[in-house]
Design a protein around this ligand. Structure first.
Ligand code: HH2
Length: 277
């Protein structure tokens, strides 16, 4: 059962780490690096060995301006990777990063444990597919679609608005039959937000946790770090770690990252420091 596998992660008193496996030609920081399922599986096993608790396999880029990928293309990218990863490692938690119910259902049948949905279960049938498989779901806030999300980044009260959206989507997931502890919430850093909005949401991760669900935060290499520091995508690791300082103090948090080994080292050291403070 999912809860039994998650319990040891929550007991560690530091965030769990979700390692990103992008099987896409066009992801914003690492597109095209994994040209075959074998390369993606080898990369995933390396992330696991570096300390990733969850491996997140995605076959469609959600970078600003990205075009949608047809279902058959997305299936052909992610399903072989999930099948092979599950064959290689029976225990590692696997999520599929998709907004399409057909892809989610196939990935869950192939051995994935969770669906990571940047549209918060918006497509008809998505939440039912998750509930039917006894899986978990990450519900993320985004304004509009990846094509349109950066056109309007103004909010009256960004934290209240994002948290109330996520509360409503969590209620919808529970109503569809997903157990509350299998519903994780994500403020969607970089998805239709400006620099200040992203910082406010990172600082307010503890308030989001007050809704009673585990939290996911993805700040890794995102453009607000570039805007703050001038660093190019490949040079944003220090900013990606700094972005997690407030998040790391919250219970039952998962951080979604590209650089697993460095993030684990950072989180373990931070937790040790907090332990004596
Ligand atoms: N960010 C990205 C993709 N999926 N899922 C969640 N839950 N939270 C996030 O912040 C998030 C996400 C974007 O990052 P990446 O996967 O590296 O790039 P791309 O979407 O271009 O593949």
């Amino acid at each position: 059962m999912l809860e039994r596998r998650l319990e040891p992660l929550w007991r560690r008193r530091r965030p769990a780490v979700m390692g990103i496996i992008n099987v896409t030609p066009d992801s914003f920081s690492d597109g095209g690096r994994l040209p075959s399922p074998e390369a993606a599986v080898a990369f995933g096993l390396r992330l696991r060995d570096e300390g990733a608790d969850i491996l997140d396999v995605g076959g469609e880029s959600t970078r600003p301006g990205a075009e949608e990928v047809p279902v058959d293309v997305e299936l052909s990218r992610v399903i072989p990777v999930i099948e092979k990863l599950r064959r290689e490692d029976k225990g590692v938690l696997l999520s599929v990063d998709t907004s399409k119910p057909e892809v989610a259902a196939a990935a869950l049948a192939a051995g994935a444990d969770m669906v990571n949905d940047v549209t918060a279960g918006g497509a008809p049938g998505m939440l039912e597919a998750v509930a039917g498989a006894g899986a978990g779901v990450v519900l993320m806030h985004m304004r509009g679609t990846p094509r349109t999300m950066q056109l309007d980044t103004q909010y009256t009260e960004i934290v209240a608005e994002v948290h109330s959206f996520l509360g409503a989507r969590a209620a919808a997931a529970v109503a569809a039959g997903v157990a509350p502890q299998r519903v994780w919430l994500d403020p969607g850093i970089g998805f239709g937000k400006d620099v200040e909005g992203n910082l406010r949401l990172l600082a307010a991760a503890g308030d989001l946790a007050a809704l009673g669900h585990p939290i996911v935060v993805g700040a890794s290499r995102k453009s607000f770090i570039g805007a703050l520091t001038g660093a190019g995508v490949a040079d944003r690791l220090p900013g990606s770690l700094a972005a997690l300082v407030a998040v790391a103090a919250v219970e039952r948090v998962v951080v979604r990252v590209h650089d697993v080994a460095a993030t684990v080292q950072f989180l373990v050291t931070l937790a040790a420091l907090r332990g004596v403070a």
